[in-house]
Design a protein around this ligand. Structure first.
Ligand SMILES: NC(=O)c1ccc[n+]([C@@H]2O[C@H](COP(=O)([O-])OP(=O)(O)OC[C@H]3O[C@@H](n4cnc5c(N)ncnc54)[C@H](O)[C@@H]3O)[C@@H](O)[C@H]2O)c1
Length: 265
């Protein structure tokens, strides 16, 4: 297969361990010839395995809390220094809910924690784009992708306040996609991914049965992290230059299903 990202420079947020979707995406981008830097929250660097990934891909890790404008600015400066120029693509693969983590029911949420959830899981996406936009970090025709989930459109009770986080995230993609497209032809999209066995995914109550249900319901079965990485590479490549402001379902067809007898058994 030809290398779709030869000569491109990218920044990958959110690889924690080998189960992370961002881990598979980083590996795939590297395989396709991109030069990348990796980043995650300082705390994740202590208990995650991102340094192993950096070693494998011959790159560096630049710590950044995605809720901090200063950290993001520093990340971009160091990435451009390391990679030798402006950036062609950014992956936002970040999600965390304190209410989910602490087992709070949707009808009894702590709203201070909710604000933190929105800040980490959605507003960080606006921050990532705003700092890039204001500091002219992206090359023209660059591509920015964030990962999302269908609970933004449909009700999945156990997904809790992450549903609203994802609605906000997807809305930022549309709104910022307008501004960045008009200014630099930079495109902004979200990929709405199938349930995937990762640290963040399995934090959702009843994740295993939910994963099995989606797998049976989707005609192609659940999309795994590896195929999400393949899809992401196409969105970072020049083959999708006119795709922007979209929420793109990558879920084996699940989102358009009504009923499937296999899922009822
Ligand atoms: N796993 C699934 O079923 C699934 C399905 C659809 C979408 N997604 C989305 O995919 C993305 C990646 O999640 P994942 O499933 O690979 O799990 P993951 O736990 O491997 O990744 C989540 C990442 O967010 C990072 N993070 C948390 N707080 C941060 C902060 N303040 N600053 C910077 N980084 C921070 C974590 O360190 C971690 O690397 C998330 O947006 C998630 O909602 C996951």
């Amino acid at each position: 297969m030809s290398k779709l990202l030869e000569g491109k420079r990218g920044i990958i947020f959110g690889a924690l361990d080998e189960k992370s979707i961002a881990w598979a995406i980083a590996e795939k981008c590297h395989e396709h010839g991109a030069q990348i830097t990796l980043t995650n929250a300082p705390v994740a660097l202590r208990f995650g395995k991102i340094n192993e990934l950096a070693e494998k891909l011959g790159t560096i890790v630049i710590p950044a809390d995605a809720t901090s404008l200063e950290d993001i600015e520093n990340l971009y400066t160091k990435s451009m220094e390391h990679l030798g120029g402006k950036i062609d693509f950014i992956l936002h693969s970040i999600g965390m809910s304190l209410n989910v983590r602490k087992g709070k029911e949707y009808t009894n949420l702590n709203h201070e924690w909710m604000k933190k959830t929105f800040d980490i899981s959605a507003i960080s996406f606006h921050k990532v784009m705003q700092v890039a936009y204001q500091n002219d970090v992206m090359n023209d025709w660059g591509s920015i992708v964030a990962l999302t989930y269908m609970a933004a459109q449909r009700t999945f009770p156990e997904y809790n306040e992450m549903a609203e986080s994802k609605s906000l995230l997807e809305s930022f993609a549309r709104s910022f996609g307008y501004h960045y497209g008009a200014k630099n032809k930079v495109r902004v999209n979200t990929i709405s991914q199938s349930p995937t066995m990762t640290t963040a995914g399995s934090g959702v109550k009843g994740f295993d049965s939910f994963y099995d249900f989606a797998d049976k319901m989707a005609p192609l079965g659940n999309a795994d992290a590896e195929s999400c990485a393949d899809y992401c590479v196409t969105l970072f490549s020049d083959l999708t230059r006119m795709v922007t402001m979209q929420n793109l379902f990558h879920d084996g067809g699940f989102c358009n299903m009504g009923i499937n007898s296999a899922a009822l058994l």
